[in-house]
Design a protein. Structure first.
Length: 389
C-alpha cells in the first residue's frame, strides 16, 4: 500500500491503517503547479484496513495517472524508466496529497468503475461515505468522466445506508461532485431517498420532519444553474409534478399525524395540482397505463430494463397519489381545486394499481419469471402509504 502524505502527515487521516514511506531519501518532483491538472482527495479515516488500501490504490493507480502530463506519463509508463525511479525515488504532490512516483503498467491498472464500486460496497461509517463522495469529486477534478448510471448508484447506495446528509452535501457541491439534478435519473433517486426516509420508519415524526426539511433544501438547490437553473427545458425538472409531490406528501403527513403546518400543505398542494394541469398529466397517466400492457421486448435484458424503469414510473405515481389523498384528508373543504385534484387522485391510483397488478405478466419472459428487487420494493412502498395514521 502506498503511503499518502499531506504537509508532512498522512493524507489518509488515520494512525491505524496507514503505511509510512519506507526508509530512504526521495526527491521532490520539480514541476510547477500549473502543469498539474488537478488535486487528489484527502480522505478521512476509513473503517477497515481493506478500505484504507482501496482508497490508497484509488489515488495512486486511478487518479494520479489521470493528472500526469505527457512528460510524466512517459516517465511512469516507460519500462526503461523503472530502474531510474527505483534508484532515485521521486515524490509528486497534487493539491495536499504527496505520493511516490512509481512505474505503472498500463495493462495492470485497476478498472475505474470496479474499484469505485468496491469502495462503495466496503463503506460502513459516515466517514467512509464522505470518502465515497470525495472519490467522486476526485473523478471530477481529474476530468475522468463518470456515467449517470454510476452517479445514480452512488446516491442509491448512500440513501440505503441512511447517509442522506452526504447526498445533500454532494448536491450542494455540484461543481465538485458532478451530481447534477439536470439528470432525471439522479433526481428521482434523491426524491426516492426523501420518501423512503420517512416511509420506512412508519412516518416517524422526527424522520418525516427531517425528510421534509431536506426536500425543501433540494427543491431550492434545483434553482442553482448547475442543477436546473440554467438548462434546456428537457433537463429542467423543477415543474415536474413528481418533484412537487414529495414535499407535499411529507408536509401532509406531518399535518395528519404530527400536528404539522396545514397552511404549508395548502400551499404545496395548490402548486402540485397546478403542475398536474400544466403538464397535462392525464396524458402521462394514459401513457403509463399503456406501458403496463405492452408486449415483451425482443430480448430478456431489454425487458428487465423496461420493467425496472416502469416501476420507477409507478413510484412517481405513488408520490403523487399519496400527496393528493393525504392532503385531501388534511384539508377537507379547503382542498385547492378540489374537483380537479380528486380526478387526478383517482386516475393516479387506478394507473398505479393497474401497473402493480400487471407486474407479474411483465416479469414473465418466455415462460420464466424474472427476478426484480424493485417489485418487492414498490409493493411494500404502497403498503406503507396505505397504512392507517
Amino acid at each position: 500500500m502506498h503511503s499518502i502524505r499531506k504537509s508532512g502527515q498522512l493524507a489518509l487521516q488515520t494512525p491505524r491503517y496507514a503505511c509510512l514511506f519506507a526508509n530512504g531519501s526521495r526527491r521532490a518532483f520539480s514541476l510547477t503547479s500549473p502543469r498539474f491538472r488537478g488535486a487528489l482527495p484527502v480522505f478521512l479515516e476509513p473503517s477497515s484496513p481493506r478500505l484504507s488500501t482501496l482508497l490508497a490504490t484509488f489515488n495512486s493507480k486511478i487518479l494520479l495517472p489521470a493528472n500526469l502530463t505527457k512528460e510524466q506519463q512517459k516517465l511512469v509508463y516507460s519500462e526503461e524508466s523503472r530502474a531510474k525511479l527505483e534508484a532515485e525515488p521521486v515524490e509528486i504532490t497534487l493539491g495536499d496529497v504527496t505520493l511516490p512516483l512509481e512505474h505503472l503498467d498500463r495493462n495492470k491498472l485497476p478498472n475505474r468503475g470496479g474499484m469505485y464500486r468496491l469502495i462503495i460496497n466496503s463503506s460502513r461509517t459516515p466517514e467512509d461515505w464522505q470518502n465515497v463522495l470525495r472519490c467522486l469529486e476526485g473523478f471530477n477534478e481529474s476530468s475522468i468522466k463518470i456515467t449517470v448510471h454510476t452517479k445514480e448508484h452512488v446516491i442509491r447506495a448512500m440513501n440505503k445506508a441512511g447517509m442522506y446528509h452526504v447526498v445533500l452535501k454532494g448536491l450542494q457541491r455540484v461543481k465538485q461532485s458532478g451530481l447534477s439534478m439536470q439528470h432525471w435519473a439522479l433526481t428521482r433517486q434523491v426524491l426516492r431517498g426523501l420518501h423512503d426516509r420517512a416511509a420506512r420508519t412508519g412516518w416517524d415524526k422526527e424522520e418525516t420532519a427531517q425528510a421534509l426539511k431536506t426536500a425543501h433544501q433540494v427543491t431550492t438547490l434545483m434553482h442553482n444553474e448547475d442543477h436546473c437553473g440554467r438548462t434546456a427545458p428537457e433537463s429542467d425538472h423543477r415543474g415536474r409534478p413528481e418533484v412537487i409531490a414529495v414535499p407535499t406528501e411529507l408536509a401532509a403527513i406531518m399535518a395528519e399525524r404530527h400536528g404539522g403546518d396545514i397552511e404549508e400543505v395548502k400551499t404545496l398542494c395548490r402548486r402540485l395540482v397546478a403542475a398536474l394541469e400544466q403538464t397535462k398529466y392525464m396524458t402521462t397517466l394514459d401513457e403509463i397505463s399503456k406501458l403496463s400492457q405492452q408486449a415483451p421486448a425482443d430480448k430478456k435484458l431489454k425487458q428487465s430494463a423496461f420493467v425496472g424503469d416502469f416501476v420507477y414510473k409507478l413510484l412517481a405515481q405513488l408520490w403523487v397519489w399519496n400527496a393528493l389523498s393525504t392532503s385531501r384528508r388534511v384539508l377537507g373543504a379547503d382542498m385547492p381545486m378540489a374537483d380537479t385534484a380528486l380526478s387526478f387522485e383517482q386516475r393516479t391510483e387506478a394507473v398505479l394499481n393497474e401497473g402493480i397488478a400487471n407486474l407479474d405478466k411483465l416479469l414473465t419472459y418466455d415462460g420464466q419469471r424474472m427476478e426484480l428487487k424493485m417489485e418487492g420494493y414498490i409493493k411494500s412502498a404502497v403498503e406503507q402509504c396505505k397504512a392507517p395514521a
